[in-house]
Design a protein around this ligand. Sequence first.
Ligand SMILES: Cc1cc2nc3c(=O)[nH]c(=O)nc-3n(C[C@H](O)[C@H](O)[C@H](O)COP(=O)(O)OP(=O)(O)OC[C@H]3O[C@@H](n4cnc5c(N)ncnc54)[C@H](O)[C@@H]3O)c2cc1C
Length: 389
Amino acid sequence: MRTVVIGGGLVGLFTAYYLIERGVDVVVIDSGRPTSASSAGLISPTFSHRLLHRLREMISMMMRFSKVVKVSIRGLISNPSWFLRLLSARPKGVEEFVKLGDLSLNLYEEFFRREEVDVDLHRGIAGFYWSGEEAEKEARELGGRLIERDECMDMGFRNVEAGVIFPRDLSINPEKLLTSLRKIIEERGGVMIHGQASIHVKDGAPRVSVNGREINAEKYVAAAGSWTPKLLKHIGLKIPLIPARGISILYDVGGADIVGVPGFLEDLGVGLVQHNPNTFRVTGFFELAEFSERPHMGRVTWLEETAKAHLVNGARLGEGRVRVGFRPCTPDMMPIIGETPDVRDLLIASGHCRLGITMAPGTGMIVGRIIAGSSPGIDLRPFSPARFL
Ligand SMILES: Cc1cc2nc3c(=O)[nH]c(=O)nc-3n(C[C@H](O)[C@H](O)[C@H](O)COP(=O)(O)OP(=O)(O)OC[C@H]3O[C@@H](n4cnc5c(N)ncnc54)[C@H](O)[C@@H]3O)c2cc1C
């Protein structure tokens, strides 16, 4: 059995990894610059428990034109039905989403035990809050350990009232994980092709072309992140998935200890993560329907100043390297995982929005199970492509 996976972000690569484990021949086609590489690298199933709360929060932030959640006018005009669906969405399937997060965490743990990879793994991440009461509530509801302001300072974070340590969540350097996975896949016989794939349908089944040649397989997986709608549009499949642009700034801190734990400023949606003694990352912004690779310089400045204002050693951050990424978001904030109803042998694995790093192994494992004809192990109805197609 052969499967072509279109998209070499973490979702596509973990799909390939688990397919190879099942003895499937895999070809991964990727056109480069995955959003996965720009992410903060937080593996946080704890966030999946807050989906309901987050969806409401995001809508209210959009309404208030908050600093960190932006909606471009062009994005609004070109995707009115996406925004209408978001406003009327009643999150369904939170339980299954939580299961997908837990499955992914277990798979990450197993992956790190089995594979010899250096991905700057840290155990435990922290959320920081302006309100001590909010921190207490989060610690109580999500099972974290509350930390007072002094301990936050000791960990390198200032201008926050309190924090919560989530001990089971993890942090990795996403670029290193992508590199390790590509290497493992190739060493185990998987084929990686660099290029822009296109799909057409012949006799009811998909055909994929890349770099001027057709690559045939028994199954095809569209794991092209925010570009999945563009890929599927040509075969008449319209999925409501739009990009939410984020900014990622990488600093070489030359061995300086900036923080003692990977952290997230909960009130601002800013990630502050030290991957290793030299690499420090700042992430932020959620700009809906923005596909431009050029970041808004005012936002980059705001992000840098915000990071420095919240880090005890913020002055150690020098010149940063700026990248952007595009979170693939559906209007119900649920991923799309499963077979397409009208085109046989074609699966979609996309739409993980803010949690694609967290949910990638579980998604890959489930796609592998579907292709192998075994039970997915989770009720996939909330993630079904059929809810949109
Ligand atoms: C600033 C920022 C911080 C984030 N932090 C976190 C975090 O801490 N934790 C977390 O869980 N999530 C985080 N996310 C979200 C996460 O990065 C995404 O959900 C995840 O990367 C999506 O992975 P993916 O594999 O679906 O897509 P991508 O990583 O975008 O990969 C898709 C790939 O498909 C390729 N492709 C597209 N079209 C084609 C085609 N036609 N042919 C061939 N290849 C194609 C693209 O080139 C790309 O390489 C963050 C996102 C951003 C922007």
